[in-house]
Design a protein around this ligand. Structure first.
Ligand code: ATP
Length: 300
């Protein structure tokens, strides 16, 4: 649905995007992550036709963004970091006006207001809205014409935890409805929950592209495991290390272990067979933050 083909962008001597190719399939949510200046915004702006690539191409629904810009853009709903809104018009007026500009039926405008739970705010002027509500209105704008592709730039950055949860539910519904989503975010916890695949950019280069699970396997990061003990005899940490744990330390009556995936079962077996008074085991697989930190520091 989205295809970047050997796309390259140079600003003077700065290479913002280096010969990058990737596709986002229908119904897939792909997240762009990377440190400041990695090239995420440049890539999104090339997809939207706002920045001309120095080489290569971007296509949306088969339409080349440069050669067939109107058709390509008609497939995209875009949520910018700051939505462009008329401050003195109400929520309903903003959406109604945009709907008229885009030739959207008034029933669809009403449906979008309901979908984003903006009904109670329909008569409020936009200048009175909180940051989170503005974000919701921005998403309503992006969804108004019911486009197959959504491009979301830092969609959760100004949302409170409840609004983030609502946003995530909505995004899952949109994915289930077959929307193709490209999102850019620094909030790796949200990305981990929402993205089918993650593209990690650094200095304009695509350094990794996979599901979070796939990235974790590739990085071979150890898992963190907490073992609660009903009684401590002091030898548990040594036992865990001997059985293959990368590290093991007692914190009160909890044994904190880091262990490579392939040694995990051997360590657990050794503890249980030793007669240690294990009352609970909680595993925490590597987070996207762990993966990101490892990959980016390896590139530095
Ligand atoms: P952030 O996370 O900080 O938003 P980003 O990943 O979106 O960063 P870009 O804004 O795409 O990164 O920037 C990529 C590189 O291109 C940076 O080195 C930036 O300074 C440079 N750059 C971006 N826009 C321009 C421009 N209009 N002129 C010159 N250089 C630019």
């Amino acid at each position: 649905m989205i295809a970047f083909d050997h796309i390259h962008k140079r600003y003077g001597s700065t290479v913002a995007i280096h010969d990058l190719s990737l596709t986002v399939e229908p119904g897939e949510t792909l997240a762009l992550v990377g440190p400041n200046g990695a090239g995420k915004t440049t890539l999104i702006r090339m997809l939207l036709g706002l920045v001309r690539p120095s080489a290569g191409s971007a296509r949306v629904g088969g339409h080349d963004v440069q050669r067939d810009g109107i058709a390509a853009r008609s497939q995209i709903g875009y949520l910018p970091q700051r939505a462009v809104l008329y401050a003195n018009l109400t929520v309903g007026e903003n959406l109604g006006f945009l709907g008229q500009l885009r030739g959207v039926a008034s029933a669809r405008v009403a449906d979008t207001i309901a979908l984003l739970r903006l009904g109670e705010l329909a008569n409020r002027p936009v200048r009175e809205l909180s940051g989170g509500t503005l974000q919701r209105l921005g998403l309503a704008q992006a969804l108004l014409a019911d486009p197959p592709v959504l491009v979301l730039d830092e969609p959760t950055i100004s949302l409170d935890p409840l609004s983030v949860a609502t946003f995530k539910t909505l995004l899952r519904q949109l994915r289930a409805a077959g929307k193709t989503v490209l999102l850019s975010s620094h909030i790796l916890g949200d990305v981990q929950e929402l993205a089918d695949r993650v593209a990690i950019l650094d200095h304009g280069r695509l350094i990794a592209l996979d599901s979070v699970g796939g990235l974790a396997r590739r990085c071979a990061l150890p898992e963190r495991i907490r073992v609660d003990l009903g009684a401590v005899d002091g030898g548990e940490a040594t036992l865990a290390r001997k059985a293959g744990a990368a590290s093991a330390a007692l914190q009160g009556s909890t044994l904190e272990i880091t262990v490579a995936r392939e040694h995990k079962l051997a360590v657990m077996r050794a503890l249980l067979n030793s007669g240690a008074a294990v009352t609970d085991i909680q595993g925490q697989p590597p987070t996207l933050e762990d993966i990101f930190t490892q990959l980016i520091s390896a590139e530095a």
